[in-house]
Write a new protein. Structure first.
Length: 216
């Protein structure tokens, strides 16, 4: 059927997530750094999310789409609620394990929250600047540091010990675009190389204005 439904311009969307709380049906999620409709049947097309996007990436269009299904929406919302309460330990969508401390200088290399963890290593400025930081940190164990005030070689050594003593599933590095911050990704790459383990890594560079760019 042809009906009105929300459309998101992926070129304009910066993944800030400000549209998500306004969607009572939870039809929107951040996927790969962009807001997306989970399923057409969850979107009623009324556009409650309009006006909440600072980039103007959301509009209402008329296109072929499955009919809005209130019953499926209720199931979807209930499932989301249950999943956040019952999924144990770590997975791609699980809540983060309890963790303290978070500074790389203070954390123990044998901390229990590192086992089977998806690691997020960020420059300490990032959580303040990056608009969608909290959505990116879901399900990950976070450690922070600043290579301008600390030795990147010491970071690499600490990360190497963490990799040796734990089964780290993946590492995401988020750093600022300023030159000193490149020490963070150097430390990760050095540690992974010396560990001999095949740990997938992902890099995000954060612009001063709060936008992020994925680096290869």
């Amino acid at each position: 059927m042809k009906r009105k439904i929300v459309e998101i311009d992926e070129v304009l969307c910066n993944g800030c997530g400000q549209c998500i709380p306004s969607c009572a049906e939870q039809a929107l999620q951040i996927v790969d750094g962009k807001a997306k409709i989970v399923k057409d049947i969850y979107c009623d097309g009324l556009g409650a999310c309009l006006g909440h996007c600072p980039m103007g990436a959301i509009s209402i269009v008329e296109r072929e789409a499955e009919a809005f299904n209130q019953e499926e929406v209720h199931k979807h919302i209930n499932m989301q609620t249950v999943s956040t309460q019952t999924i144990p330990n770590i997975s791609l969508t699980a809540l983060r394990k309890s963790q303290w401390p978070i500074k790389i200088d203070l954390v123990s290399v044998k901390a229990p929250f590192f086992e089977n963890a998806e690691l997020l290593f960020v420059a300490d400025c990032v959580p303040v600047v990056l608009k969608n930081f909290h959505s990116l940190s879901v399900g990950k164990q976070v450690i922070i540091g600043c290579p301008k005030f600390n030795d990147a070689k010491a970071y690499a050594s600490k990360l190497l010990e963490i990799l040796k003593h734990n089964n780290i599933l993946s590492i995401m590095i988020i750093y600022m675009e300023v030159p000193c911050c490149t020490g963070l990704k150097w430390a990760v790459n050095k540690a992974v190389e010396e560990s001999g383990k095949k740990v997938p890594t992902q890099e995000l560079e954060v612009k001063i204005g709060g936008e992020s760019v994925e680096r290869k």
